[in-house]
Write a protein that binds this ligand. Sequence first.
Ligand code: SF4
Length: 334
Amino acid sequence: MPQNDINLLAPASKGKSSVNILEVSHLKKTFHIKNPDGKKGLLRAVDDISFTIKKGETFSLVGESGCGKSTLGRTLLGLYAPDHGSKIMFNDEDITNLSRSKRKNFTKKAQLIFQDPSACLNPRRTIKQILLEPFKIHKMENAEAKITELMDMVGLANRFLDRYPHEMSGGQKQRVGIARALALGPELIVCDEPVSALDVSIQAQVVNLLVDLQKQLNLTYLFISHDLSVVHHISDRVAVMYLGKIVELSTRDELYEKPQHPYTKALLSSIPDAGGDPREKIILTGDVPSPSNPPSGCRFHTRCPAVMDICKTEVPDFIQTSSNHFVACHLCTK
Ligand code: SF4
């Protein structure tokens, strides 16, 4: 079944709205690249992906580096133009090809929290100047009062407003990054590996802050991470990506307790306590293939411990295996 059809059937997570804030259909993002041999090539970072996110939900994307999850998040926010034929609906409005003025308005409602807070805060500006910037761009009033409120929301004292980013710790800088993302009152936030650059001791604090802010402000998160422990803590639903495609999608609990795709099983085997029971460790052999030249058939077949002949030639359909669970694997269609 095509992904766009099945995802619309996904139920609301417990306690969450049943209204979609985002509907993504056949999203593709291709980059023109130069291969190591000097020839031009195409890299399809996101390849025909469809899903929906409900208001107030945390929808996570997991997968190894280079699987396309960050490109997907940035394409949704308009930082990359999607390929022709893609469709992105936000609050029932088609935002796939917005005019400049409508795009500016959309940025108020959808924001990004970056992975590396050091790289995304201008080192020559004070925290106050950094937080005032979105209000200036959008010509909004009462900015000074609002940034005081934002600092309080993210647990930073006002004395930090006169500091420069280099005078703050990684955790404090990420709180500034979160405050800046909240400045314009967004509904959707793409959190792109928001804690992976932080010390382990700080990660839990920032994740808990995101959870608290979500409840307080009724935010919706698209949470991108390779850390399955963090994803287990924060998610309502989880999609697993491999080489530009979603290979499994389910509720958090069902995915962690009953993974069906061999790739998901391998990822989860690295966190033995995720579902309560110890898991047999699955070591994947081989490197991740290049997304500019993905394997035929099932893209995972070069590394799959359960590979069959059919996997090398036929792309598995993304099928519904239970009310909350969708998988792209020939094992599930046998
Ligand atoms: Fe493995 Fe085949 Fe399933 Fe792909 S389709 S995950 S190669 S069993």
